[in-house]
Design a protein around this ligand. Structure first.
Ligand code: 5RP
Length: 237
């Protein structure tokens, strides 16, 4: 089974949690794109939903498929968000932001009653951190911001290179909100909660890619089947 087929399997399983009339948050990335494709087919067949996108790319995809779209200002509470992840652990802690959409993704996910993460099995890890942690930061004072991140992260045992994300043409990557991304190569993050708290103290950091206590269910597709990870008392399971 290809990685693409696994992404489709996770996306299609997520679709079984969508009910008529739901207000949905649509994540960003190649796995979510499979979900949006599948949702588009359901909408074409008559499913009634209203969606909010976490990025301009997802907005464009959904509009092309004829999915009814809203904004978070018009629809500030959503029933369910479906999104991908760069890494997730057994406690449903995530690293997100590989696509640079972490700020809007976190705003939309926390405005939702539920968040389902969809991923192929390569994303499941024992300890977060092999994937560099993305931070969305303001341009002003970048060097001071980077120094403060480095010092506060070191206090909680996280050290490593912190790189401004660049594009192929050599210019800095800009998020949909016009900010920069710093990719933090910390390696294993032994205490994600502590790192999250430390990063919140840096004024130039708008948001970090650790999603802790936000996801309710993970749908992980492996060649031998689809695994669901969620709180045992969660009625999504
Ligand atoms: C974008 C994200 C994505 O969800 C994450 O990068 C996973 O993407 P993909 O499904 O393409 O592997 O956080 O900011």
């Amino acid at each position: 089974m290809t990685q693409d087929a696994l992404k489709v399997a996770a996306a299609e399983r997520a679709l079984t949690f969508v009910e008529p009339g739901m207000r949905l948050g649509l994540g960003t990335g190649s796995t979510t794109a499979k979900f949006v494709d599948a949702l588009g087919r359901k909408v074409a067949a008559g499913l009634d939903v209203l969606c909010v996108a976490t990025s301009e790319a997802t907005q464009m995809q959904a509009e092309k498929l004829g999915i009814p779209m809203s904004t978070l200002d018009e629809t500030p509470f959503l029933d369910l968000t479906v999104d991908g992840a760069d890494e997730l652990d057994g406690e449903l802690r995530l690293i997100k932001g590989g696509g640079g959409a972490l700020l809007r993704e976190k705003i939309v996910a926390t405005a939702s009653g539920r968040m389902i993460v969809i991923a192929d099995a390569s994303k499941k890890v024992d300890t977060l951190g092999a994937f560099p942690l993305p931070l969305e930061v303001v341009t002003f004072g970048l060097t001071a911001t980077r120094n403060m991140i480095s010092a506060l992260a070191a206090d909680v045992g996280c050290e490593g290179e912190i790189k401004v994300r660049m594009q192929a043409d050599g210019s800095p990557f800009r998020t949909d909100s016009g900010n920069l991304i710093l990719d933090c190569h910390f390696g294993q993050i032994e205490d994600p909660e502590e790192l999250d708290e430390a990063l919140k103290l840096v004024p130039g950091v708008i948001e970090n890619g650790l999603f802790i206590g936000i996801a309710d269910l993970a749908i992980i597709a492996a060649p031998d089947g689809v695994l669901l990870i969620g709180a045992e008392d969660d009625d999504l399971l």
